[in-house]
Ligand binder design. Structure first.
Ligand code: NI
Length: 170
């Protein structure tokens, strides 16, 4: 197992639509293991492969400590196939954008189709935080970050904050 460095906003890989996975082999299992390990180490509840520099449509989520005891899963090629008309707003952060948080509007409930790491088809429904995390991670494999999901004005403010955080770290 290997711990990976989390890629930070500014790296073009986070802005690239990741490739579909077609091969379900040992390498994929290893990637998923590494992603869980990296996510736990960073104390995140979700992670997408591009965040460790791998441009593939793979996400992991673990919300067992939150409201959904069954919600530890790895999804390959995940796709939102249905979304509720209801939406909800809640603060979101991202391991690739440390220090920033913003209220983001997401669908309250979604249905997701994906493939498991053994190649079997997965279909699941999610609501609340589980739905939010899935939407956030599926955005990642499309090259979308939460800062894209706010108004132009809010984005300007967020980017200013981000520059300040980055400057403080240098
Ligand atoms: Ni994120």
């Amino acid at each position: 197992m290997a711990l990976h460095q989390v890629v930070i906003m500014g790296d073009p890989i986070l802005r690239t639509a990741a490739a579909e996975v077609n091969v379900f082999d040992q390498d994929l299992k290893m990637l998923v293991r590494d992603m869980f390990e990296t996510m736990y180490h960073a104390e995140g509840i979700g992670l997408a492969a591009p965040q460790i520099g791998i441009s593939q449509r793979v996400i992991v989520v673990d919300l067992r400590s939150e409201e959904q005891p069954e919600a530890r899963l790895a999804l390959i090629n995940p796709k939102v196939v249905w979304a509720s008309t209801d939406t909800e707003k809640s603060p979101e952060g991202c391991l690739s954008i440390p220090g920033l948080e913003e209220v983001i509007k997401r669908f309250s409930a979604i249905r997701v189709e994906a493939v498991g790491i053994d190649g079997g088809r997965i279909e699941l429904e999610a609501d609340g935080l589980f739905a939010r995390v899935l939407q956030h991670e599926i955005d990642h494999v499309d090259g979308i970050l939460f800062v894209d999901r706010v108004s132009a004005l809010k984005r300007r403010i967020l980017m200013k904050k981000w520059k300040k955080i980055q400057a403080e770290e240098d």
